[in-house]
Design a protein around this ligand. Structure first.
Ligand SMILES: [Fe+2]
Length: 317
């Protein structure tokens, strides 16, 4: 066997062994999302992260499954959140494909988006505009060219922060943005309600960092942003980027006394690295007067996910 044939054979074998995520997954409506206490839920949202969309028909189909599942829920969701890394390479065609799906639904459910490093690491200006223009269109707001915003639903506030320049894997959070977060969290939590913050990157030394993903944290302004979050009670920080799966580091306490928590959402498109590694998994959140509940869901196929760390309840303080 020539060396070329050997390499070719090896490559083919390797490809056959690697799971192919870029095939359409079959969705079933047999087990729709059912809230614990549908009559008393005050706010509900479904979170996914790292769709890493590629320009292929299968990618559209698998993204559609997420919405199919959201709209199959016995009681309607108020919002959906995508914690960044929308596209794999940041190509125009990928966003076109992605927004062709999302455009169909923004009149039916509130959509929250943020940018990930895959979105803006090569083409910051163009892709930031593509994404933030959609944020403005979907929520009918004006972010004035910035990468951060907040929006109230049912009396609760969701705040989204994101990088304001190209810094490869991390985020650059300007002082203006940190001040905005501070002001919005003060407003959101003043009556004892929980607040939700989303960013693609997690805080340093949370969710198994740096071991789980060497360059995975927020970056230079990490401590300043965290300090602001920890000023307030019942802050729930939703992030992606780490592709950790569902494991003992998925949930992290940021501040015990203030009841501030961080949730690392598994990656949607590819297999994750630890614990329950399935692709297509995210969490949905049910907010009640006295508690916040996060429950894992395989939106891609319409299944509940059973096991440790699949459900967490936080009593509010
Ligand atoms: Fe990322």
């Amino acid at each position: 066997m020539s060396i070329e044939t050997f390499i070719d054979k090896y490559k083919k074998q390797f490809k056959a062994m690697a799971p192919d995520y870029d095939v359409p997954f079959e969705y079933s409506t047999a087990t729709p999302v059912e809230f614990q206490d549908a009559d008393n839920v005050k706010l509900s949202f479904a979170c996914i992260a790292d769709t890493h969309l590629i320009d292929k028909e299968s990618a559209t189909a698998n993204l559609e499954n997420f919405f199919t599942d959201v709209f199959s829920s016995k009681k309607a969701f108020d919002a959906v959140m995508l914690a960044g890394d929308i596209a794999e390479y940041g190509k125009k065609a990928e966003y076109r494909r992605f927004f062709n799906v999302f455009d169909k639904y923004y009149n039916k459910v509130k959509i929250f988006l943020t940018m990930g490093n895959h979105d803006v690491r090569f083409q910051y200006g163009r892709n930031q505009k593509i994404i933030m223009d959609k944020v403005n269109e979907y929520l009918n707001i004006n972010t004035n060219g910035k990468s951060f915003y907040s929006y109230d639903i049912n009396g609760y506030t969701i705040i989204v922060i994101g990088t304001e320049k190209r810094v490869l894997e991390k985020a650059h959070i300007t002082q203006e943005q940190i001040d905005f977060l501070d002001k919005e969290l003060a407003r959101a939590t003043k009556d004892g309600k929980p607040a939700f913050v989303m960013c693609h990157q997690a805080f340093a030394f949370t969710h198994g960092l740096p071991e789980v993903w060497k360059t995975g944290d927020m970056g230079e302004q990490n401590d300043d942003v965290r300090k602001v979050m920890e000023k307030y009670n019942n802050v729930f920080f939703i992030n992606g980027h780490l592709h950790g799966g569902i494991f003992e580091k998925t949930f992290e306490v940021l501040n015990t006394e203030k009841n501030d928590h961080s949730i690392s959402i598994p990656g949607y498109r590819k297999e994750n690295n630890f614990g329950i590694t399935d692709c297509g998994v995210g969490y949905y959140c049910e907010v009640y007067d006295d508690k916040v509940v996060f429950i894992a869901r395989r939106f891609l196929t319409g299944d509940n996910v059973e096991g440790e760390y699949c459900k967490v309840e936080y009593e509010l303080v």
